[in-house]
Each structure stands twice: as structure tokens, then as C-alpha cells.
Design a protein. Structure first.
Ligand code: TEU
Ligand code: CA
Length: 541
């Protein structure tokens, strides 16, 4: 069957150049059937909330059938819906309902690996060494006298070796958990399969794909040791051959009516290498993780903003501004920490003292900053409620494979995946009628969507106002910016026509520049001064 993509008429709108995209991690968003796990029914029931929030598109984390070893990033069937989430028919209804509300749909695709329960991997195990079935993955004999050592020294990004041995003695490669075998992209079958999967979903009306581990598909077939190297040219990340994949994919998206897009997930140290993925015949946009990782410091933020603008302009792509997602520590917590307020996977710094009021003030200011910058903006579910990282989840309830694979050295990512509080005064806070798959803190009573909707000073009210102004304001969205000369600990820039955004990261109030009126502020002003950790949008002459 084929559904027309009604909100993407054939006239180009370049909607993706400045879209506000809301990230839904389905199993934690809203539970429609009371089993404690979010689902599509839950999402459908909250579409009006999202329309009202003022977002342009939703990005869904993987919704495919999955054993859920890695929260759905272990896909066992790329052409169906995870049964605990719903059905394919329901997904089609959801797409249609969202489109009617003017919301576009982006879904995750996971081309680097599959679940060990994917039929191809099961067939590979059954067929044995040397079979064509094994060619779709990376099977190799081990090293050592009896092949008892892994084929090389690569480490899984979730901890431990990147190889697991199977019963017949061969080993298979997995950059993530041992239940996520990596596809072998030198196999033409793998290429053909993913082209077909893209079409399957484009035919059902989706507006784009978020590409998981987009830099990782191509491996150096020699599988050389890395000798402890974690950055620099790596034989499993950012290999040149990966760009051919996206050139082929772009031809598919361009062949569909409306503007269907690709958003890449690449954690790369070099902004110039990163921009190569955004050349006009590859992806449309990608997550700006340099910005996400940046500490709350004016100089560093200015540098990262400037370097993002520069690298993207090389290829004519719009930058994106991202504060949080389902893999990282929520930014209210990061920004409230004493000491380092940046993010890095190598050290989540759980247990660092957090001043949550400070983190919240900064998160409010950061929201206005991201929404004023040129390009696209991402909102991770719960960010609009000001939720913080839950750091005290009991060990036995943690589900992220990172926790076990690092032998508990890394607490993992469960703390940013706790089910959303919608209403009421105690857990499950109307997440559903049953429980929640991770426990919610009682403190969230004051942070439910219901409570915040009634409070004009809440984070939710700020996000709503800002997103609606952003949509209507000609100076915002796609375009250019110029720095406004300011004090060292201030980030200030202007956009045409007549708009200035100023963020005070210093410890003292700073005078506002000359302006006609105040459009929006992230907190109370002190007369004609901007208090610390506050942002303001000004109408300027
Ligand atoms: O993440 C890619 C990735 O390498 C990191 O963001 C990852 O979360 C980190 O290394 C963990 O320590 C993507 C998805 O966003 C993530 O949720 C998946 O687990 C991962 O791919 C594997 O599919
Ligand atoms: Ca459910």
C-alpha cells in the first residue's frame, strides 16, 4: 500500500532547514494499555499536546520488533512494529493523524547492526563457517592456538571486547552489545536490503530517517588492531566508503514527492569530516554533538557555535542545536553540577553534587539560545518539563546493557529514560494506568505536563511560548547571525530583521543592549539588566 504524504506538497519548503523536532523514546513516552511500557496508542493520545507545544516533526527512536536488549536499537525486523508498541496499521494511523496536525514523522533506522534474533543472523548461525549467510555479518576465526582469542583488539562501545564467539568456534563483530551483530556493508545484499527498507517506510508516508551510528557502517576489511586508539582515523568509523551509501540513499529520498530527509547520528571529533556527510547529495542534516557536549561557559559556547556555523556553511547545510537525547545525561543535571558542566561518554559523573535550581535556570536560558540560533532545533521528551537525570535508580532495575558490560563502572543511560510524568500527584503520574518500567521520583509531582500547563512560569510554558514565537518570527529559523560585541562571559548575537539574543553566563547582572522591546526572557530581568544564567530575546532597531 502507498499513502501520500499530505503535508509535504510538491512545492519545496525546506521545512527541515529550521524544523523544531521532538524526540520520542516510545517506551518512556506514554502507555496506552497499562502494561508499564510506552506505546503507539500513548503517542497518539498525546499528539494534540505536541501540536500545541509548537513542534514541526517527531523523531521516533526505533519502533521495530526487538528483544529490547538495547531499547530497540537491536532490531529483529525492519518492516514491522514492536508488538508491545502496537501494530503496523496503528503506525499508519499515527502517521496520518500527525500529518493532519501538521507534524512530520521521522523514524530511526539502524543500518550498522541488527538483533541477534534477526532472521539473517539466525540463518548465519545455522549455516556455519564459510557460508554466504555469514557474509552479511563479520564472522572470523579467532587468534591464539585454538582460536580462543578475538580476531582483533576492538572494544565494544558498551564495554568489553567487540567480538563474541559462537558454538562452532568462529567469532562475530559487534561494536555495541553482543546481541547486536554488525552488518557487513561489503555485501551487496546488505545494501539492497536497506534500500528496500527505506522504500517500505517512505511508501507509508514517513518524512525522514534518523540514521543510527551513521559513521560506522564501513569497516576496514583487514580488521586491523587499533592498539588502544579511540580517536583519529579508526578502521570502523568515518571510513570514506560510507559516503557512497548515503549518496545512494539520497537518490531514493529525492525520488519521493515532498521533502523526505535524512538526519545523521555521528559522534565525530572533526567538524570538517562531519560536514562531509552533509554535502548536497548526502544527508540533509545531523545532530550537533559538539554543542550538546559543550560546558556552560561563554567562550566555549561561542567557539562551538562559530565552528558549527563555519563547517555547515562549507556544504550549505543548516546546523542543528541539541541539548539532550536518550543517550546523554539530562542537561538540567549537567548544567547544575559543580565543576565540569560538559558531557562525555567516558565519564557520566553520576553522583557529582547538583544545584538543580541553577541547572534549571541555565536550561531555560539554553532553550532560548538554541531556538534563536540559525538552523534546526531538537527537543528530547521531558526536556520541555525541565526533567533531570535520575541518578539513584536501584542497580537491579537498571536495564541499559552499558551497565552490565562495563561491570557497573558506567551507570548507563536509564537515568534519562524514566517514563514521562503527565499528570496526577503520584507515580505513575498518568504515564499509564499500570506501573512504569523504570521508577519515577515523587518529586516529579510538580513537573507533570498537567501541573506545568497551569503555571505560566513553568518550563513547559517557556517552551510553548518560545517555539510559537520562533515559528512566527521572521528573523528566526534558517539564515545567518552576527555576533554582538559583549562582555567576555556573555553570548550575544543578532539576526535580521531586528532581533537580538543575549545570554548571561557571568556571575553578575549585565546591562541589556539598546532595544525596542523585550520579546521573551528565560527568567525575571532586573530593570534594564540581564541577571546571571538568563537569556533574553530582544526586538532591536
Ligand atoms: O548511539 C551511538 C553511540 O555510539 C552512543 O551514542 C552510545 O549511546 C554510547 O556509545 C553509549 O555509551 C546510538 C543510539 O543513539 C544508542 O541509543 C544505541 O545504543 C547505539 O546507537 C547502538 O544502536
Ligand atoms: Ca503499553
Amino acid at each position: 500500500m502507498s499513502v501520500t504524504n499530505e503535508i509535504s506538497p510538491d512545492t519545496p519548503t525546506a521545512w527541515w532547514r529550521d524544523a523544531a523536532i521532538y524526540q520520542v523514546y516510545i517506551r518512556s513516552f506514554a502507555d496506552g494499555n497499562g502494561d508499564g511500557i510506552g506505546d503507539l496508542a500513548g503517542v497518539r493520545a498525546h499528539l494534540p499536546y505536541l501540536a500545541d507545544l509548537g513542534i514541526d516533526a517527531i523523531w521516533f527512536c526505533p519502533w521495530y520488533p526487538s528483544p529490547m536488549d538495547d531499547g530497540g536499537y537491536d532490531v529483529s525486523d525492519f518492516r514491522d512494529i514492536e508488538p508491545t508498541f502496537g501494530t503496523l496499521a496503528e503506525a499508519e494511523l499515527l502517521i496520518a493523524e500527525a500529518h493532519e496536525l501538521g507534524i512530520r514523522i521521522i523514524i530511526d533506522i539502524v543500518p550498522n547492526h541488527a538483533s541477534d534474533e534477526h532472521p539473517w543472523f539466525k540463518a548465519a548461525l545455522a549455516a556455519g563457517p564459510g557460508s554466504p549467510e555469514r557474509e552479511r555479518f563479520w564472522f572470523r576465526p579467532g587468534r591464539g592456538e585454538n582460536g580462543e582469542l578475538p580476531p582483533n583488539d576492538w572494544q565494544s562501545r558498551f564495554g568489553g571486547p567487540a567480538w563474541t564467539r559462537v558454538a562452532d568456534g568462529e567469532w562475530f563483530l559487534h561494536l555495541y552489545s553482543s546481541r547486536q551483530p554488525d552488518f557487513n556493508w561489503t555485501s551487496p545484499e546488505v545494501h539492497a536490503e536497506f534500500i528496500d527498507i527505506l522504500k517500505f517506510w517512505f511508501d507509508r508516508g514517513i518524512d525522514g530517517f534518523r540514521i543510527d551510528v551513521a559513521d560506522g557502517l564501513i569497516k576496514d576489511p583487514a580488521l586491523p588492531d587499533v592498539n588502544g586508539l579511540t580517536v583519529g582515523p579508526l578502521p570502523f568509523s568515518d571510513m570514506d566508503g560510507v559516503h557512497e551509501v548515503y549518496r545512494a540513499w539520497r537518490k531514493i529520498s529525492d525520488s519521493y514527492p515532498g521533502e523526505r530527509i535524512f538526519v545523521g547520528e555521528m559522534w565525530l571529533p572533526d567538524p570538517i569530516r562531519f560536514a562531509r556527510y552533509l554535502r548536497p547529495d548526502e544527508m540533509h542534516s545531523a545532530f550537533n554533538f559538539d554543542f550538546l557536549s559543550c560546558p556552560w561557559e561563554a567562550k566555549r559556547l561561542r567557539e562551538v557555535i562559530q565552528s558549527s556555523m563555519d563547517s555547515h556553511s562549507l556544504v550549505g547545510a543548516p546546523p542543528t542545536w541539541v541539548l539532550s537525547n536518550h543517550d546523554v545525561t539530562r542537561h538540567v543535571t549537567r548544567y547544575g553540577r559543580s565543576g565540569d558542566t560538559g558531557f562525555e561518554f567516558a565519564d557520566r559523573r553520576h553522583g557529582t553534587p547538583v544545584d538543580r535550581d541553577l541547572g534549571t535556570r541555565r536550561a531555560r536560558a539554553a532553550a532560548l539560545l538554541t531556538m534563536a540560533l540559525p538552523g534546526g532545533v531538537y527537543v528530547y521528551q521531558g526536556e520541555e518539563l525541565g526533567l533531570w537525570e535520575i541518578e539513584d535508580i536501584p542497580d537491579e532495575l537498571r536495564q541499559d546493557p552499558v551497565f552490565e558490560r562495563t561491570k557497573h563502572a558506567d551507570p548507563g543511560r536509564d537515568g534519562c529514560r524514566v517514563p514521562i510524568p503527565w499528570g496526577g500527584t503520584k507515580p505513575p503520574f498518568s504515564f499509564g494506568t499500570g506501573g512504569t518500567w523504570l521508577p519515577q521520583p515523587q518529586d516529579w509531582a510538580a513537573y507533570t505536563a498537567e501541573a506545568e500547563a497551569a503555571d505560566p512560569d513553568s518550563m513547559l510554558s517557556l517552551y510553548r511560548k518560545a517555539l510559537h514565537i520562533r515559528r512566527d518570527e521572521p528573523a528566526l529559523g534558517d539564515g545567518e547571525m552576527s555576533w554582538v560585541v559583549s562582555l567576555a562571559d556573555v553570548v550575544a548575537f543578532s539576526r535580521d530583521p531586528g532581533f537580538t539574543c543575549m545570554v548571561n553566563l557571568s556571575a553578575e547582572p549585565v546591562p541589556l543592549p539598546r532595544h525596542e522591546s523585550i520579546i521573551l526572557a528565560s527568567g525575571p530581568l532586573q530593570g534594564d539588566h540581564l541577571p546571571p544564567d538568563t537569556a533574553v530575546w530582544l526586538r532591536t532597531f
